[in-house]
Ligand binder design. Sequence first.
Ligand code: ARG
Length: 583
Amino acid sequence: MCIQKEVKEAFLAEGMEERFAMVSLSNRPDLCQYQSNGALAAAKQYKKAPMMIAEAVAARLAGKSMFSLAEAVKPGFINLKLSNEYLAGYLNGMMESGAFGFEKTKTPKKIVIDYGGPNVAKPLHVGHLRPAIIGESIKRIRRFAGDEVIGDVHLGDWGLPMGLIITELKKRQPELVYFQEDYQGEYPEEAPFTIAELEEIYPFASAYSKEHPEYLEEAHQATYLLQSGNRGYLALWNHILDVSVADLKRNYDNLNVTFDLWKKESDAQPYIPDMVEAMKRDGYAYISEGALVVDVKEETDTKEIPPCMILKSDGATLYNTTDLATIVERMKLFSPDEIIYVVDKRQELYFEQIFRCARKTGLVKKDTGLTFLGFGTMNGKDGKPFKTRSGGVMRLESLIAEINEAVYQKIMENRSMEEEQAREVAKKVGLAALKYGDLSNQASKDYIFDVDRFTSFEGETGPYLLYTIVRIKSILAKYREQKGEAKGQKILPACGQSELDLSLVLVRFSEMILAAYRENAPHKICQYVYELSNAFNKFYHENKILGEEEEKKQSSWISLLTLTGDILNCCIGLLGMEAPDKM
Ligand code: ARG
């Protein structure tokens, strides 16, 4: 909307800088819809009475057909109301334009977004929920706004966990062909384990290695052999990958989360030797206490930023080395304008080191953005990281099953639906409950997981939003039954307060999306859809839409409903949710 533009022009016309022309939503909706407090600030700079400035600007605005009210009030505020005709015209424009009037960015960026971050052979647990759903939403928002986005799962498949699995397999099934040193033939296509076995083997081996140093040593040795290209171990590792990735994909599918790339930590390994060589050659990397490091502290630091370790004293690579080499790989393959990492905020210092090291050693271009989006922890009701009832780490599948069951029970309590259909609906509603419960918090904050609150059909929840969409769908379907296909009638100027209030929320769509895009902030969309649902439901309760006799008014309302439904659907799509037809 161009309120901002009009106000800017009015300030400029009064000879004042445009930075004073800020407009915000009114905090006194009973008096006005928008307000500008710029005259107060301008008064200081231009040494004039604020009221004089406000009056002059307001007089200019009052002449525009866009406003039904533009008045100066003491001590120098400018109160604004949009005219109902202007609002209706704007809504009609939204209906006709592809993205509801949102203008895609004129400077689209190419972005790699690193999210999900699962590790092979370990089942997804609740700690993997946030990176998956926050990353997915940011990917969708960025795409909607016009950026070219490549989502990469960045699978953890390298290092000790692989060695541990191989060691344990060797102990249990030493006769497997993978362990015969002189074996030259092809290895079997079928993996010698199922995902369930793999998921049992890894935690067992990991725990066992903590008590048995010689076993740990063996696992280190196996890791080393794998990384130096032992044929049998590589074949086993490929099985581990295949079995894990198939299972991960199934799990992410259930979350409505998809990746464009299934790149792995191992894919970055070939880039390491040249990268390390260059860091040494250019004098950035030096030996400190046996390890190869790069200093990354800066003069302006207020806290100690330790050097970034590149190689351990035994020459082994680390998580750091892989992340740096992954940057090299991404620059080479995609040359992105920005790489965004959606990772637990406890890794913030680590990424600060990585980013500084990458810049200092020239792995990225000067203007390549490196953005760390750290998310907070999902806590239980006790305020501590979420656990199962018995105190263990909860599998993501169990969490999803729990929330789906709670939703299913609610559906069955209140409605008559076939069991099978109710299960299908519960899946969509459960996912919305989970995602809204998470995404409605600013990503960097911790939040409390509360099944009862998240699955409630009332209040600020996913189910409430879906319920609103379902209500709109059902009114539109009934209308079609009675009167045939809606003809896309123009929306008329609002005649009642709740209709006006609904319009006022609708017209904020573009600026809301722009803020969510610029700030990588799905929670702004959550806030908006909640407000929009409330505004719609109020309108719905105050008006008999299907019973309205005045034909023109009714078809205008049907268009308003259609627009509301389309925008809600678009928004929940950006959050990675879907609405059922019934619930
Ligand atoms: N797999 C890692 C973990 O479990 C997360 C990976 C995050 N991304 C990255 N580029 N380091 O902690």
